[in-house]
Design a protein around this ligand. Structure first.
Ligand code: FES
Length: 292
């Protein structure tokens, strides 16, 4: 919730040329770009310094809306358009800044031809980036969960990392299944913590190879294309015989423009034939709530 961030924020003096992050009086954040790392084929990881404590909690499914234009006082005052903002998802655990206030967060800039994403990948180090957020519900692992099955493909793998770290931090076990081929997935493997068991599975064998880890996992988290969720739900029912709502949580892709439930661009259909807004009630949902 943005309010939670505000409560934990360290408010600094707003100054466009500042090289420290600022929580602005209008509620936006002027973050500082600290690093940029290629994470092909998923995109780029942008490490930004925020004026908030690291335990404010990046998580699986949480996102910021980044304005793809210079972060000036004039723009902050006059430009509230949602159309030049892009959703950037958390792709790791926030880290405290050694000897400085605030924390650094890794955000994924997807590999697309979108001009906004291109602009973001070219931000100079130490430049300011205007953010709103974080938005979205932070996924919470049930207290009893100790064996996580994480599913991703080569486009989404960084997005699953927050929940992977969360499970490892509590002493649990993680198996990560990556849908793709070895050549494409290999450049991403350095992002995965060493204790994680990683299996790379091609599309032809994907569903069959899900069965065995599904039996022993006590939690499943997936960041896959939306169209794969119905067959994932079917496989869970087949393997586990019952479909416990809390067992499988999935990140749903949608257009995230305003982040506050106003524009309806992010609506996703639900199992009962209705609609819900991903920015308000997701974008992580129980799989059982969105699939028949
Ligand atoms: S992003 Fe506007 S309603 Fe969800």
């Amino acid at each position: 919730m943005p309010q939670a961030i505000i409560l934990q924020a360290i408010i600094m003096v707003s100054n466009f040329s500042s090289t420290t992050p600022v929580l602005n009086a209008d509620g936006t954040i002027s973050a500082i770009v600290r690093d940029r790392q290629a994470a092909a084929p998923a995109g780029w990881l942008l490490r930004v310094w925020l004026p908030v404590a690291y335990h404010a909690g990046g998580g699986f499914g949480r996102f910021f809306l980044a304005r793809c234009a210079e972060d000036t006082t004039e723009a902050r005052r006059n430009d509230w358009s949602i159309y030049n903002r892009r959703a950037l998802f958390c792709a790791g655990m926030p880290q405290a800044m050694p000897d400085q206030a605030g924390s650094t967060w890794d955000l994924l800039v997807p590999a697309t031809a979108d001009p906004g994403h291109s602009w973001l990948t070219q931000r100079p180090l130490d430049s300011a980036l205007n953010l709103l957020g974080p938005f979205g519900h932070s996924f919470e692992l049930p207290a009893h969960a100790r064996a996580l099955l994480a599913l991703a493909d080569t486009q989404t793998l960084p997005l699953i990392l927050p929940v992977v770290h969360t499970m490892l931090d509590r002493g649990g076990r993680v198996t990560l299944l990556i849908r793709g081929d070895m050549d494409t997935a290999s450049p991403l493997l350095s992002l995965v913590p060493i204790p994680v068991e990683v299996r790379i599975i091609d599309a032809a064998n994907w569903l069959a190879q899900l069965s065995e880890p599904m039996r022993w996992a006590d939690q499943l988290c997936a960041a896959l294309p939306n169209q794969q969720y119905p067959e994932l739900a079917h496989q869970i029912r087949t393997v586990r015989f019952q479909f416990d709502t809390a067992f499988a949580q999935v990140l749903v892709t949608s257009d995230l423009l305003c982040g506050v439930g106003a524009c309806l661009a992010c609506v996703v259909s639900t199992r009962d034939g209705g609609f819900t807004r991903a920015c308000m009630h997701g974008p992580v949902f129980p799989l059982a709530s969105i699939t028949a």
